[in-house]
Design a protein around this ligand. Structure first.
Ligand SMILES: NC(=O)c1ccc[n+]([C@@H]2O[C@H](COP(=O)([O-])OP(=O)(O)OC[C@H]3O[C@@H](n4cnc5c(N)ncnc54)[C@H](OP(=O)(O)O)[C@@H]3O)[C@@H](O)[C@H]2O)c1
Length: 285
């Protein structure tokens, strides 16, 4: 398991053997009428990994855009996620089928449980997560998804799933300068789980931080590129979102420079900033 990606690492393999491009295109809060232009631009710039979710309300437009852009399906890596209200065995299987129907796809590349059931909302949270995972495993075995995983799971939520027939292959978590949850990344990397980073730019809120601006100047890059490169060098797959063509382009142009160990440490050591405030063990959804 590689925990730090170098410039030649444009994709990595999940433990099941499936290849996943290191940078994914985030689509949360991209309105349906903006999806086609955004995806067209992203695909032109070289993105092949698209991240959506039932909860984003844009699966259908993404499906349509994928079909109209005309990139062969097998060249794309498409992720969607289970909406919280569908946790549980039967409801998970039905929700997955609806995602495929909405996107008009025969298969997904990755399906994730969007958020764990947690102790704040459910007394039997672990049981619910295990039931949901059983359904994820069935879906995987059916061949309609090439990989399965979770999102926003803390080690305590992952623990019982690690003892199942097919443990999670991916955990997608909040990850950006000013929010580096090493307890989760260490656990995942130690158990062959690929970590994806959501809000790699802190939802745009960390880009004015002086250290990042300083390093952007030093490397002749933008603060956004520093954030994305930093994720990769920490072994985390970033999922930047943008609807702005110039930003979509710059966010994937990060494979031709390297941040020194010393500068990585400067970013690693930044105080907490840009955090969404969403603690997976405390949220009430
Ligand atoms: N699993 C989960 O629970 C979860 C939660 C949140 C997000 N996600 C995933 O992660 C993706 C990314 O997260 P995010 O959308 O919260 O935030 P993000 O990618 O960290 O930041 C997006 C914001 O930054 C701006 N931006 C993008 N590139 C920029 C650049 N180079 N320079 C300056 N500003 C830039 C965007 O504006 P414009 O669009 O106007 O350019 C947008 O306002 C989501 O789209 C979604 O796919 C998953």
């Amino acid at each position: 398991m590689v925990n730090q990606f170098n410039n030649d690492t444009k994709s990595v393999h999940l433990f099941s053997g499936v290849e996943i491009p290191c940078i994914g295109f985030g689509t949360s809060q991209i309105a349906n009428n903006q999806i086609e232009d955004a995806l067209l631009c992203a695909c032109r710039e070289g993105y092949r990994h698209i991240d959506t979710a039932d909860a984003y309300g844009n699966e259908e437009s993404i499906g349509k855009a994928i079909h109209s852009i005309g990139i062969p399906r097998e060249e794309l890596f498409i992720t969607s996620k289970l909406r919280n209200r569908y946790r549980g065995y039967k409801t998970t299987i039905e929700a997955f089928e609806r995602t495929l129907e909405r996107m008009e796809l025969d298969y997904l590349d990755l399906f994730l449980i969007h958020w764990p059931a947690n102790r704040k909302k459910f007394e039997n949270w672990d049981e619910i997560n295990q039931e949901t995972w059983k359904a994820m495993t069935e879906i995987y075995k059916s061949g309609k998804v090439r990989a399965i995983g979770v999102s926003n799971f803390l080690p305590k939520h992952l623990k019982s799933l690690m003892e199942t027939e097919i443990p999670p292959m991916v955990n997608q978590i909040e990850y950006h300068p000013g929010w580096r949850p090493t307890e989760i990344t260490d656990f995942c990397h130690g158990h062959n789980i690929i970590v994806e980073g959501w809000s790699p730019l802190g939802n745009g809120k960390v880009l004015h931080e002086p250290t990042l601006i300083d390093l952007a100047k030093k490397y002749g890059r933008t603060p956004g590129q520093i954030c994305i490169r930093w994720c990769l060098q920490n072994g985390v797959l970033p999922l930047p979102k943008s609807v702005t063509p110039s930003r979509i382009a710059e966010n994937i142009q990060v494979f031709d420079f390297e941040i020194s160990r010393e500068d990585m440490n400067r970013i690693n050591d930044l105080e907490v900033m840009g955090w969404s405030g969403l603690n997976p063990d405390e949220v009430e959804f």
